[in-house]
Design a protein around this ligand. Structure first.
Ligand code: ZN
Length: 89
């Protein structure tokens, strides 16, 4: 039985699985993975999303999922872009 912390829809294992599967892929939606677990992005709590955001982000320019530490500090407006896209500009 999976353990869920209060206010959370995802277990730690699931968050790490998302990270492992999504990072380095392009254009994969979070929903694709969540649907396998019978969930949708809308089902996730604020805490779930915050934890995902802390681990990985999708580049607003190229659509690649990257580790957050691979993201550039400089933002394109409010959009987060990866190092690769930041260098291309
Ligand atoms: Zn990019």
């Amino acid at each position: 039985m999976a353990f869920h912390e209060e206010g959370r829809r995802l277990t730690q294992d699931q968050v790490h699985e998302l990270h492992a599967h999504l990072c380095g892929t392009c254009g994969t939606s979070l929903d694709t993975m969540l649907n396998d677990w019978g969930l949708e992005e809308d089902d996730l709590t604020h805490d779930d999303l915050q934890e995902i955001d802390a681990l990985m982000m999708i580049c607003a320019a190229c659509g690649w999922w990257c580790d957050t530490d691979e993201f550039c500090d400089s933002h394109d407006g409010n959009e987060l872009i990866c190092h690769q896209c930041a260098e291309d500009e």
